[in-house]
Design a protein around this ligand. Sequence first.
Ligand code: AMP
Length: 210
Amino acid sequence: MLIVLLGKPGSGKGTQAVMLSEKTGLPHLSSGAILRDEIRERTPFGLRIEEYVLRGEIGPQELITDVVFSYIERKRYASGFILDGFPRTIYQAEELDEQYRPARCVLIDVPDDLIVDRISQRLTCAGCGAIYNTVFHPPSAPGVCDSCGGELAQRSDDNDEAIRKRLEIFRKDVQPVIDRYRDANRLITIDGIATPSEVFTALKNATMNR
Ligand code: AMP
């Protein structure tokens, strides 16, 4: 059972993926988190993609696809997984269909004008990747992750320029992926404007009750 979550940066897909993972027991796999780990560990691949990630760009997509797929193979996800941030291009969608064929493709739909606010309020844990919102979901102690005690910070690509770039890439590269799933009657769209728990109810209906 492969569930793909699609949405703009800041649409809440990372937060929802964590909640769905806890509910279903399926592991959550974020391509952005895999890339950030590679960058943090200064691997040759991490050094190669660092500039792209900082600028909010796609980078060498064949290479990124290979790295994400080999991560999946290494983990041997027997009963499936939840994929967040992948596919981002038609090429990646085709490769994903060939290798794993997603059972559910869900778009969390949020208008652009909400995105910038949401991202500027976002804090991410450097240790475990947990996501907080300074207004709606603040940590118990400022700057400290409730889950692992790690340090919370703004992601280096959560700045105005990179956000603009990531929204542009969403329109140019990710929207065709969404259209492709929609045209094939494989897309479920849920409204991402509501509260996280309301969005989660819709997400559970979209993925678990079908
Ligand atoms: P995310 O955590 O999904 O917001 O991704 C952060 C950044 O990682 C993106 O802006 C891209 O630079 C890079 N990235 C994540 N997933 C992919 C992907 N599937 N293909 C190419 N680049 C990606």
